[in-house]
Write a protein that binds this ligand. Structure first.
Ligand code: ATP
Ligand code: MG
Length: 370
């Protein structure tokens, strides 16, 4: 168990950790996330005493770590640093056994560790054990970095953006691997990322940091359901809507560039406008831009008279929606009506936009695939 109790870290006038308190349970996968410079790496380094806080207490399994010998402490804690950090002049096998050697494991034990570890990530011993980092791809180097942190079997592993520099495919493969390793080896992991997708994939609990403070600490589902503020929401971005459709409103699916016509315009102007915009109906507004109805080609065809105005033929028989109405109500309407759009109004009755089947498809694609 890792406990932060009112931890403060300052550099000069800058407060980098501002009264941080949280608890990570044994065997939990905790993900620290937040904008660059918010204090993630500092928090991580405070756990293995690479950084000493100015105030507050960090405890591991109840012990105040400022009273634990640093070297002994670090034997209990694996560490994967930001950037890969393999020793370039050591082979894979030598890199993996840095800590076991410090701990005076026998040569046989070290060999067995290298064999077992490489096997876990499907990198054959004969092929990889004697390679140097420069002879491997970025993804392979990252795997070795992770293995090195696990090699002495520490109960706690700290990982600082370990997959940051990788392409999405390799990244997602390594995420699966680390989850599998964690389940199998029952580690407590504190993992830093600024990629929300990665956090949602991996975390039992997400700790969201901003300006040295914890904004929210919650399991992924809970954070998606109730993001604590706008920046958490922004980080969750496209994931929120897809995971919780009940938060979607009409505004999320709007097409905003719609053609309207003033009710005082002549029918001839109206027809010309329809032809220019290639539509068979227009939304009609009054002199204050407020919605008052619709006019269609059929409506115009059914009358004759040169001096008729839009106001003389407009219809006001359509149900309209507000921007903050539940999106599902708009969908249901769109699917059940013969009209090919529904009209969405702002609270001052001016036109916010329309929802069409195409605008729905576009907005969904945007949310799903960015
Ligand atoms: N040795 C230092 N001296 C002065 N300021 C520092 C020092 N180390 C870090 N900082 C500052 O502390 C803040 C937090 O840094 P930290 O490395 O923890 O951020 P981070 O959340 O890990 O950011 P990133 O996502 O960019 O890695 C930053 O504003 C940084 O500039
Ligand atoms: Mg960092």
């Amino acid at each position: 168990m890792i406990q932060f109790e009112h931890v403060v870290k300052k550099y000069g006038d800058a407060t980098v950790l501002d009264d941080i308190s949280f608890t990570i349970e044994p065997g939990q996968f905790a993900v620290l996330i937040g904008p660059s410079g918010c204090g993630k790496t500092t928090t991580l380094k405070t756990i293995n005493r690479l950084i000493e806080p100015d105030d507050g207490t960090v405890r591991i399994d109840g012990d105040d770590i400022s009273e634990v010998n640093r070297v002994q402490l670090r034997r209990r804690i694996g560490y994967v640093i930001q950037q890969i950090g393999l020793f370039p002049n050591m082979t894979v096998a030598q890199n993996i056994t840095v800590v076991p050697k410090l701990l005076k494991y026998s040569k046989e034990d070290c060999d067995k560790i290298v064999h077992d570890m490489l096997e876990m990530v499907d990198m054959p011993y004969d092929q990889y054990a004697h390679k140097y980092p420069s002879e491997m791809s970025g993804g392979q180097q990252q795997r070795i970095g992770v293995l090195r942190a696990l090699a002495a079997s520490p109960p706690i592993v700290l990982m600082d953006e370990p997959f940051g520099a990788l392409d999405p495919m390799t990244r997602s493969a390594l995420q699966d691997e680390i989850l599998h390793l964690q389940k199998k080896l029952k580690k407590t992991i504190v993992f830093v990322t600024h990629d929300m997708e990665e956090a949602l994939n991996l975390a039992d609990v997400i700790i969201f940091m901003e300006n040295g403070k914890i904004t929210q600490m919650a399991p992924p589902e809970e954070m998606l359901k109730n993001p604590a503020n706008e920046s958490v929401k922004n980080f969750l971005g496209k994931h929120i809507a897809v995971d919780d459709p009940s938060t979607l409103t009409a505004a999320d699916f709007l097409r905003t560039n719609v053609v309207t016509v003033d009710s005082k315009k002549s029918l001839r102007t109206c027809t010309a406008q329809m032809m220019r915009s290639n539509v068979d109906s227009l939304i009609v507004t009054d002199e204050n831009d407020k919605y008052i109805g619709t006019v269609s080609v059929e409506d115009i065809k059914s009358v004759s008279g040169d001096d008729l105005r839009v106001a003389d033929v407009l219809k006001n028989d359509r149900e309209t929606f507000r921007v903050d109405d539940d999106a599902k109500r708009c969908f249901d309407k769109l699917l059940s009506t013969k009209d090919n759009y529904v009209i969405v109004l702002k609270h001052d009755d001016t036109v916010a936009g329309i929802i069409t089947k195409t605008s729905i498809a576009k907005a969904l694609a945007e949310r799903l695939w960015g």
